[in-house]
Design a protein around this ligand. Sequence first.
Ligand code: IMP
Length: 421
Amino acid sequence: MKNVTVVLGAFYGDEGKGKVIDYLSADNKYAVRYSGGNNAGHSVEVNGVKFAFHLLPSGILYDNVKAILGNGVVIDPKVLIEEINNLKEKGYKVNNLYISEKAHVILPYHILLDETLEEARGNKLGTTKRGIGPAYCDKYERSGIRMEDFISRRFKDLLRENIRSKNIILKAYKKPKIKFDDIYKEYKEYAKILKPYVCDTITMLHKAVKNNEKILCEGAQASLLDIDFGSYPFVTSSNPTIGGAITGTGIGAKYIGEVYGVIKAYSSRVGAGPFVTELLDATGDKIRELGHEYGVTTKRPRRCGWLDTVALSYACMINGLTGLCVNHLDTIGKFDKIKMCVAYEYKKKKTTDFTTNIEFLSNCKPIYEEFEGNFGDISKCRKFEELPINAQKYINRIEELTEIPVKFIGVGAGREEIIVR
Ligand code: IMP
């Protein structure tokens, strides 16, 4: 009864998880987001129409799929309502959305605090300023407002109390006071709109598991941004790794079957923090341009570099991955020569052990193997054997180094441009 599949990012985010999620969605009854909030950005294209989601699971686009925002997610009601309305404008009924009553709510003071704290530390972390960190802080500090509170009478008192304490912090940072009346007036209306979607998703998912229905957990952010396993403090405030799929949904570990890690055939990162294979030269710029590496959420240009299989092997390890999806093989195939990092040099010694210790990562130099590029147009390939031999060699080497099979290969931007093995 291992009917739960998890798709998660195996690097620093933006790996194109939407593509494999999209492929798997048709076969699933449930699509669940388990961590993060609208710091994420999924682009999906269906019947020529482009969708950019920050909060909603991509599975929402399928009528036969129940789309769930799990208890591990933090929800900005305003953004969620915008996404629902956008879908309605495009003809979707959105009657397949379910929001966990245990999910925490992002309120305007979380966003203000995210901005204020980033400013105070000189934009050191490069957060998305969506209020994610402060909302998770409140959750763990136990003053957060959950969906079940938000849609109840308790909201008024909880909001008043939170605003009182946030104003003390804001005053210390010389920021203007936030006003209870304004926020309450606006957000009680949002609560009314969202109320019909709020329910006990934990029991719902448990019943689905028992009925042997297929569930797809859609990861947001990525393994190396994980609060525990990522390059702390340059991380997000939740667990995008496999543990998050359990604590963020209420699904037991024994029901999880496949765990797919998504990467690109090169590496990218947004925001600050170490990045061993980063290319601060014309090659890095070329990857960015060819791969359209600009953030869906913040539009920031992404930092780019060659594929780092040392970091990737760590992501395979901490998640217990059963398969990989390698996207943008077509993009990397546009180079004459391609490099892949196979080990690090640290203090004059070669190592393939990865740790997210900042001092270690900042002082590691990548050791590369070189591959022949010029794959030509591979967008029509649907079988591995149809790929040019140099492209096959590149994929084979990823499998050898990580000891994980590459089960999906992205060969173009279109949703059907994928090889499934
Ligand atoms: P936060 O999640 O907004 O607190 O940002 C913390 C760090 O995670 C920053 O470096 C962000 O750029 C990064 N980050 C958050 N969400 C994503 C994502 O979906 N893709 C890539 N990077 C992300």
